[in-house]
Design a protein around this ligand. Sequence first.
Ligand SMILES: [Ca+2]
Ligand SMILES: [Ca+2]
Length: 98
Amino acid sequence: MERILITGIPSLSDTTDVEVTVQDVNDNAPVFTTLSYQTSVPEDALVGTSVIQVQASDVDLGLNGRVRWVIHSILYIYLLKILPATSRLIKMNYLEIT
Ligand SMILES: [Ca+2]
Ligand SMILES: [Ca+2]
């Protein structure tokens, strides 16, 4: 809470209390807890098998601190799916190594 003073001519004045709430802006990028992950999964593992859980944090508040996961690799986009609630990567299709 801040107090504001206003003056005029002739020199009369009054004061009032003003409450200013500073809102968070999305000025921080999410940061992975670990720089890279390495794991393995059998090619005959069932669809839905958990492959790995990744983690990232964002110091912004509320929605600004929410991390959204997207798989960018064309190769893996059909093979793996990331579950937003748990940031867990699961197997979506059968993989075959020839
Ligand atoms: Ca952020
Ligand atoms: Ca912020």
